[in-house]
Design a protein around this ligand. Structure first.
Ligand code: G3P
Length: 214
């Protein structure tokens, strides 16, 4: 399972890219709104920081407008993926963009039927929102398992990005469920490093080394 960073914060992306463990980035209008600066410039900068896909979301509501917006976003860099909401108009846009070779990430995905329709329309990626499903008493991880099973059964090539990840356990669970990618907030990615035995072990090694007098 690949690890992406779910943020539009350039400092976070630079830091995680240096760790060598993230290959892509996902953003959304809420994440971009938290940052200073021009949307296009932020996205362009992100595309230079990671080698893999960078999802930038459209804000139009009609299929035609989404297609136009998507084409402009896709021109910015070869690793831009256009995030499109899971709506009737969104699927219209995906089915126009797919044959033109513009990669899409269908977002705000909360059910297996939505995942089926997005794959059928030609989505490159889908983003089931794990945490937001958990918030309303449904299992986000269970949805990922169901999508993985059905996509494998029918041979869909659409990749599954587990999104709305809230804690390290989500990451382990979506990995076990067979997600292709988990897109993770910086705070959760940092938490994933932590283990008391690692910290204790480093201290013990250094103490023993010093005691040896070398
Ligand atoms: O990529 C979008 C998704 O990660 C949103 O997460 O925490 O706002 O539900 P959240």
């Amino acid at each position: 399972m690949k690890l992406f960073l779910d943020t539009a914060n350039l400092e976070e992306i630079r830091t995680a890219a240096e760790w060598g463990i993230i290959t892509g980035v996902t953003t959304n209008p809420s994440l971009i709104a938290r940052e200073e600066g021009d949307f296009q410039e932020i996205v362009r900068e992100i595309t230079t920081l990671v080698p893999g896909p960078v999802s930038a979301e459209v804000i139009s509501l009609t299929g035609e407008e989404m297609v136009e917006e998507a084409k402009n976003l896709a021109k910015m860099a070869s690793n831009v993926v256009v995030k499109i909401p899971m709506t009737h108009e969104g699927m219209k846009a995906v089915s126009v963009l797919a044959p033109e070779g513009i990669k899409t990430n269908v977002t705000l995905m909360f059910s297996l039927n939505q995942a089926l329709m997005a794959a059928q329309a030609g989505a490159s990626y889908i983003s089931p929102f794990i945490g937001r499903l958990d918030d309303i008493g449904h299992s986000g991880v269970q949805l990922v398992k169901e999508i993985v099973e059905v996509y494998n059964y029918y041979g869909y090539e659409t990749e599954i990005i587990a999104a709305s990840i809230r804690h390290p356990l989500h990451v382990m669970e979506v990995a076990q469920a067979g997600a292709d990618i988990a897109t993770i907030p910086f705070k959760v990615l940092s938490q994933m490093f932590q283990h008391p035995l690692t910290e204790k072990g480093i201290k013990m090694f250094l103490d023993d080394w010093q005691k040896s007098g070398r």
